[in-house]
Design a protein around this ligand. Sequence first.
Ligand code: MN
Length: 502
Amino acid sequence: MIDLKQYEVWFVTGSQHLYGPKTLEQVAAHSQEIARALSNSVRIPVKVVFKPVLTTPEAIHTLCLEANAAANCVGLITWMHTFSPAKMWIAGLTALQKPFAHLHTQYSAEIPWAEIDMNFMNLNQSAHGDREFGFIGSRMRLNRKVVVGHWQDAEVQASLGTWARAACAWYDLQGAKIARFGDNMREVAVTEGDKVEAQRRLGYAVYGYGVGDLVKVVSQVSDTEIDQLIAEYNEQYDVAPTLRRGGEQYASLREAARIEAGMRHFLKDGNFKAFTTTFEDLHGLAQLPGLAVQRLMADGYGFGAEGDWKTSALVHAMKVMGAGLEGGVSFMEDYTYHFSQVGDMKVLGAHMLEVCASIAAKRPALEIHQLSIGGKADPARLVFEAKSGPAVNASIMDMGNRFRMVVNEVEVVPADAPLPKLPVARAVWIPRPNLKVAAAAWILAGGAHHTGFSQSVNAEHLQDFADMAYMEFLLINQDTKLVDFKKEIRWNDMYYLLAKGL
Ligand code: MN
């Protein structure tokens, strides 16, 4: 479902005519070499396409218009090898509708102390050329990523790669469709929000359906399709004996497969990238879709429970950002706490059922158990524990006058003891800097109980993404101090009020 190789970023070098054709030829040759190196870098998941060196306002403007219109161009990497007077960039950057990263690099890594002459100085001017370009970006209040260092440096390439992943997710989200089966869980506040504003600011549209629309498709699923899915289950999971052919709950597993096949048809036929369900509205479905949701997420679909379309869109965007990287992305919920010594306090994260096996440490078990809410038949689900290691939880809220993203860096750890009676997929983590500070900061930020959880996407991906969306970004990590965090929230309130006038 997600293939980042189809996307490209354009490598755009600014200069001016002052230097004469010979210097400009050298600038172009160097730019081509850098673009090629970035394109071939394993740290950058997209093609990097060299564009002819820009030396006039007209050429810059035309290039920006072309980038806006180009399918699969997710953004620009800009670099000023020489000086490029930045008034030339005003029209182009005003028109540009795609994100850009400013690569503040230099062709030669080091100063050739014994050889350096004025020719070298006239060619290698990014130290001041990029500052001129930086000024106009700041003067125009443009969000962009600034990456500093030599272009062959692994860290520089990784940082550009992270930005490119965020740009792919941003591009993918523009015009994306989200299917919402049923409405919001009644009276829940944080999962609500302004869908018109989300479409305007974030690019995706939410399509509401009665669950009956889905039930109709589910009821048309053929036995052959169900057989195929059951075969896949047996291949991919440790299937509980009662769910195997001849087992007493085999019929329930077939029902779960029917729901999965129906949902797949519905989402594929409607070209949806994400969806929501709500256990308060399952009329005509025999079970809460658990296994189906888990497997659809594993294929790249975003998901939010209880009508949570913002988290669903975020989970899908994170799937795009993390495509091909080690570790997965899942819908998640802070469920239960383990209060112990401050540094060791943990969160048990899970949902009733809907956690994606892309985060699983081992081959999942396919089981069926009673669900204590919802009043439906027992639903099938995958049961597993998440891999240990660094992860993030991210959440987007509608604050009334803006969207806010809050991210917490966490460390997934093994459970203190086996959990033989807990029949759901789960992750146990220690939030940074610790649970006391992290949970207080999260709550003060109005962070939702639903999150996008990931071990492939990190805070830098999410910050780059938030910047592209001009969305507020709050990070809770090792350095967070509550006294500062509270001030940041207050100051941001003022900033986003005033930013409309900037
Ligand atoms: Mn929930």
